[in-house]
Design a protein around this ligand. Structure first.
Ligand code: 13P
Ligand code: SF4
Length: 309
């Protein structure tokens, strides 16, 4: 087995040779986050991709995030360590079903969570992330009916926050957050009664009801770090522990295992490894390839979101 240090050294050399940037989501394994140029939530990574001026983006995250980077950089190379790094939300929302909905309801604005395929983005009016979903929905004129897709929990949370009545919600779910249960949360809470609860909006409503803070991965990290309290229960993927430990190592963080296993890891995110990252920088494969027509149509709703500040 080759030592991690040797692989890391080769990755850094390949990065320089390819004029590449390494973008990593908070759910990536710690060794990847350690060497990334930027670690962030979906919105921060999309913004970084938008302003990138090098040649290669090595996207350590899931495929839809890399597609977003490619749409914003149609003439640059975008690679992902593992092509199978998908997302259950993307799978829950096929583009032909969105097209069928639009045919039946041409008056609706389609607000798509960034966790969708490029084809679905191309059918959308505007994209949102967990960080700005409330702001995005509020940017749509009050009288305009909305289809929010595909996450049911995020959709219900946004509907509640905005008080928007004319908003239909797709029935998709994240296999990680949707299986965080109130039952398991209560048992962790019983062990740590003083801990505050921070949750991602993809969690079920009964979990969100108990939360002291709801936000994106980066927002959860910032909130915990800047809060006076020093003990937290975190209801999102456990990869966020890397930034939490680095930025506030004196605080305590408790993760809640989801209902059907004893971890809180995303199996798609964890497909990427340091070795696969090195391999993809060596071969510049697997590469995101999208048709120019899809990229052009998908860029507009992404840029509409990025224009909101
Ligand atoms: P963030 O945009 O909050 O990082 O979320 C991405 C994601 O996939 C949540 O499961
Ligand atoms: Fe998709 Fe859920 Fe994994 Fe995020 S945690 S990438 S929403 S499956």
């Amino acid at each position: 087995m080759i030592a991690t240090d040797t692989i890391t050294e080769e990755i850094l050399q390949l990065k320089r040779r390819n004029k590449a940037i390494l973008l990593a989501h908070h759910y990536q394994e710690h060794e990847i986050q350690e060497i990334a140029d930027v670690v962030g939530d979906s919105l921060e990574l999309a913004r970084k991709a938008q302003s990138f001026e090098g040649e290669v983006i090595a996207f350590c995250g899931v495929w839809f995030m890399a597609e977003t980077a490619k749409i914003l950089n149609p003439h640059r190379i975008v690679v992902v360590p593992d092509k199978e790094a998908g997302c259950s939300l993307v799978d829950s929302c096929p583009a032909d079903q969105v097209k069928a909905f639009k045919k039946l309801h041409p008056d609706h604005a389609i607000v798509s969570y960034i966790n969708t395929s490029a084809e679905v983005k191309a059918e959308s009016d505007i994209i949102c992330t967990s960080r700005n979903a409330v702001q995005v929905v509020n940017s749509i004129p009050a009288g305009k009916p909305i289809l929010f897709l595909p996450d049911i929990n995020l959709g219900n949370y946004v509907k509640k926050q905005t008080g928007r009545e004319n908003m239909s919600i797709w029935q998709g779910a994240c296999i990680v957050h949707a299986t965080f249960s109130a039952r398991r949360l209560l048992s962790v809470r019983a062990q740590h009664p003083d801990a505050l609860l921070a949750a991602h909006p993809e969690c079920p409503p009964e979990v969100l009801k108990m939360a002291d803070f709801i936000g994106s991965t980066s927002a959860i990290i910032d909130w915990c770090i800047h809060h006076d309290a020093d003990e937290f229960i975190i209801m999102t993927e456990s990869g966020v522990s890397h930034s939490l430990q680095q930025r506030a190592p004196h605080k305590k963080y408790h993760f809640v295992p989801n209902e059907y296993c004893n971890c809180s890891e995303c199996p798609y995110m964890k497909r990427n490894t340091l070795e696969k990252l090195r391999d993809c920088l060596r071969s510049l494969e697997p590469r995101v390839e999208l048709s120019p027509e899809i990229m052009e149509r998908a860029r507009l709703p992404i840029e509409r979101m990025l224009a909101l500040r």
